[in-house]
Design a protein around this ligand. Sequence first.
Ligand SMILES: Nc1ncnc2c1ncn2[C@@H]1O[C@H](COP(=O)(O)OP(=O)(O)OP(=O)(O)O)[C@@H](O)[C@H]1O
Length: 219
Amino acid sequence: MTFENLQVMENLSFQVEHNEIVAIIGPSGCGKTSLLNMVAGLQTPTTGTIEVSGEATSFIFQDDRLLPWRTVWDNIALVGQTDDKVAIQGLIDAVGLSGFEHYYPCQLSGGMQKRCGIARAFYYNSQLLLMDEPFQGLDYCLRREMLQMLLTVWETHRQSILFVTHEIDEALLVAHRILVLSKRPSTILETFTLPPHNQRTLADPTLLAVRQKVIEAIT
Ligand SMILES: Nc1ncnc2c1ncn2[C@@H]1O[C@H](COP(=O)(O)OP(=O)(O)OP(=O)(O)O)[C@@H](O)[C@H]1O
């Protein structure tokens, strides 16, 4: 991918399996957002190809992009094919927005808007979920709750997820695989495969060892 004279990526190649959660970590400006944009079809690679099997892709952007004239409930309901009130309420409860169903985005805090965007992305029944630092700006406890919710929703829907984050611990807790990108022009420096989710705690020596290797790779 090259923007005018700026080469952002070169020889970058990987595959995401069905049901797989892949975290992408890399230095600021190495092209992580551009990569997600290309997978979503919002940008076209200068050379090379991207193949996505299945049609439904949802995207959680760094900013939440809610419709300001719709309430929390309506922002979420809008993306569903059926009006599944139980599912909508379940997601609103899960992201901690119970009682705010009829609030408009301008009446919510930044973190609440973000959580509404997350609920909306989960309500859209996609086979591929693209997440660009989705929990940035949320406090530590909420981040952990959101990660747990992500895994709970994934257990049900089993979609493939490409998850860009600057937080190594987030990647360690949710991903099946972590790809570490190099500085621009970026390529894949290292790939780490992680143990099954039910065996994960950050104190686990296996995860600590991966953590150390990720830190070594990005520094
Ligand atoms: N539409 C565009 N036109 C020109 N340059 C662009 C465009 N989009 C991104 N870039 C450039 O491509 C590079 C990668 O940007 P990108 O946002 O993909 O990085 P990133 O890894 O997601 O960064 P961060 O971690 O800081 O969010 C940057 O140098 C940016 O200036």
